[in-house]
Design a protein around this ligand. Structure first.
Ligand code: ATP
Length: 373
């Protein structure tokens, strides 16, 4: 697998970025961090737009920037860039914008015009002026245009940031499918944890210009020490589960995680397929005995792995081992004391099915799909 190596630094008047990372170029890597942590700066360095950056950027064996200041110009790196704002050509129609990009990529491009149009549902928009499009439609065109340049790497810099919640929800499924269907590795900048867990396989967490963590999303999210970066309200874990059936009468989907059953609101993912399930720490209750007669659909057996008490708040963060994966649960310190919780305590984690909304359940495995013919 190709790896993108970056060992780079840059100093602005009030900010320094110093990053050493190796990103496997496969699927989606989220570049996550608070506003001002340096995400866009790192993306600009990778794309060659940040002239003052020092250090080495290597795409597989290809050196894009070396220690002596030699650089490959941005247009030779084979990068597709999608920004917060679509930056379309106003004087061209949607089709004109797409064709412009396809022409520049030249013949022999493995990513075909019709496939991109189909994948992004751009057919009905082709003859429209770009000034007549909604924000979400503009971003779909921008995604299509970036893909048609036949990139070896896609960089998406908060492509949903300028959209309202409804439009975000509309466009997320498209973004979710693209890396798998067209097999273009993607680095996706966001400070939205729901987007990370829905879209990304791996994440790199930036904090004040430094790498705070990098690795598989599920692993990084179990790091209790990353609170300042991953955020208390949205903190949680990601479980991988297999769809084992649907109940149409009650509109539920049954999942299996390491031999334990989980119920979630009905999804269209096929039986046998794997899904990523995001479970927020504040949605998980703990019990030392298996509860009965409760409304929550999901009671998972586990063992407490770690507890971090926050002396300045009422709360403690716990990590519960569920069949080798981890769930996080945010409970009060008083509960820790009264239930006598400690690492090694057998425990039941209780999760209401209603906490799994559309944003928290996503299909996996599109990488193995063949591109549309
Ligand atoms: N050209 C520049 N000159 C001086 N300072 C800069 C320049 N570009 C970025 N910075 C500073 O570098 C820091 C990191 O900016 P950057 O845009 O990379 O952050 P970010 O994580 O992408 O933030 P956001 O999520 O708000 O977009 C900020 O403090 C910013 O003000």
């Amino acid at each position: 697998m190709t790896t993108l190596h970056c060992d780079v630094n840059i100093a602005f008047s009030a900010f320094t970025l110093d990053v050493d990372c190796a990103l496997p170029l496969d699927g989606v890597t989220a570049l996550f961090g608070a506003s001002g942590s340096g995400k866009s700066t790192l993306l600009r360095i990778i794309s060659g737009l940040e002239k003052r950056a020092r250090g080495v950027v290597r795409f597989g064996e290809e050196v894009w920037q070396d220690d002596n200041g030699r650089t490959v110009p941005p247009h030779r790196r084979g990068i597709g860039y999608v920004f917060q704002d679509a930056r379309l050509f106003a004087h061209l129609s949607v089709a004109g914008n797409l064709r412009y990009s396809a022409r520049r990529a030249g013949d022999g491009c493995a990513i075909r015009f019709d496939d991109v149009v189909d994948s992004l549902d751009l057919g009905p928009l082709l003859n429209r002026r770009t000034t007549e499009l909604s924000g979400g439609e503009r971003q779909r065109v921008a995604l299509g245009r970036a893909l048609l340049a036949h990139p070896r790497l896609m960089l998406m810099d908060e492509p949903l940031a300028s959209l309202d919640e409804k439009r975000k929800a509309d466009i997320l499924p498209y973004i979710e499918r693209l890396p798998g269907v067209f097999r273009v590795p993607t680095i996706y900048v966001t400070h939205n944890m729901a987007e990370v867990t829905r879209l990304a396989d791996r994440m790199l967490v930036l904090s004040e210009g430094r790498v705070a963590a990098q690795g598989a999303v599920a692993d990084v999210l179990t790091r209790l020490d990353l609170y300042p970066e991953t955020g208390r309200f949205e903190a949680g874990a990601v479980l991988t589960a297999t769809v084992i059936g649907h109940n149409d009468a009650y509109q539920l989907t049954m999942l299996d995680h390491a031999g334990q059953r989980i119920e979630a609101p009905r999804t269209d993912v096929a039986v046998g397929a794997q899904v990523r399930l995001r479970v927020r720490a504040r949605d998980v209750m703990l019990a030392t005995q298996r509860p009965s007669g409760i409304s929550a659909r999901n009671v998972l057996r586990g063992t407490i792995r770690e507890i971090v008490e926050e002396p300045d708040t009422a709360f403690a963060e716990t990590l519960v081992d569920i069949g080798g994966a981890s769930l996080r649960s945010r409970i009060t310190r008083k509960t820790v004391a009264e239930l006598g919780l400690a690492p090694g305590t057998p425990i039941y984690a209780i999760v209401k099915a209603v906490t799994f909304d559309r944003k928290s359940l996503s299909a996996m495995g599109e990488i193995s799909q063949t591109p549309p013919a």
